[in-house]
Design a binder for this molecule. Structure first.
Ligand SMILES: [Zn+2]
Length: 254
């Protein structure tokens, strides 16, 4: 882990604690929380924050549930936004969604939404869901499925035609496989600008999550929903503070 990140993270935890001591944040705003892998290595994860162990994932879920109870916030499906609550999301489509995540969250009755990268399904990489596993995940009653780009490339760096193709392919591949409407997505690497947002809308997406830090109040642009990142190494106290809004100033630093 880089020293700069470590310092920023420690500083953020201290400031989050101070914020928690002096203020309460509104409870009428949805917070989308972001996970990646639980037990699978994440490419490019230089700070090693996106792969949780199953035990740590359970502790994070317990901490989120505690914060939810404290704030009187229900867990919600992404499709219920902007109704206030907590929406649990996963990026990239790791294979552990079926074996680890779905059982843990189903047992607790917590809905969750999985943004799946199209071309990983056929990549033969055991870290990611393949088509059969995705179908299995989609059959889990509390699981929602959304797109995460066709080839997980930064959409803002593509030419317009390539971008349109990537977005349409990301959606149609999932719809063909699952035989259901897929109109939600998250932007690979959180990379989005006005052109990317417009292309997502033209491709038929109704809701899209980015990596901008913060709550998603009802007045948010549904195609630019902010989220709150949960990391490996976060203490239960930090997870609680993040969900309750005490890290909401963090987006201005990152
Ligand atoms: Zn991703």
């Amino acid at each position: 882990m880089s020293t700069a990140f470590l310092v920023k993270r420690r500083g953020a935890a201290v400031l989050g604690g101070l914020d928690a001591a002096v203020r309460r944040h509104p409870t009428d705003q949805t917070r989308l929380v972001t996970f990646h892998a639980v037990g699978n290595r994440v490419d490019g994860d230089i700070h090693r924050i996106y792969d949780l162990t199953p035990a740590e994932f359970r502790r994070h879920v317990d901490a989120i549930a505690g914060a939810a109870a404290e704030a009187g916030l229900p867990f919600r499906r992404l499709g219920e936004w902007p109704a206030p609550g907590i929406v649990v999301t996963f990026d990239d489509g790791y294979a552990d969604l079926v074996g680890t995540v779905a059982p843990v969250l189903s047992e607790r009755g917590i809905p969750f939404h999985c943004f799946v990268t199209g071309d990983r399904l056929d990549a033969g990489d055991h870290r990611y869901l393949d088509r059969a596993a995705l179908a299995e995940l989609a059959a889990v009653p509390l699981a929602g499925i959304g797109a995460h780009g066709w080839r997980h490339a930064p959409l803002d760096a593509m030419q317009p035609g390539e971008r349109d193709h990537d977005l349409r392919a990301s959606r149609s591949s999932l719809e063909d496989l699952l035989q259901r409407t897929v109109d939600t997505m998250s932007y690979p690497y959180g990379r989005v600008n006005g052109e990317v947002r417009g292309a997502a809308q033209r491709a038929g997406f109704a809701r899209a999550a980015c990596s901008t830090w913060g709550f998603a109040p009802p007045e948010s642009d549904p195609l630019l929903l902010p989220r709150i990142d949960l990391w490996a190494g976060d203490s239960p106290r930090t997870v609680r503070h993040k969900v309750l809004g005490h890290w909401n100033w963090f987006g201005r630093l990152s």
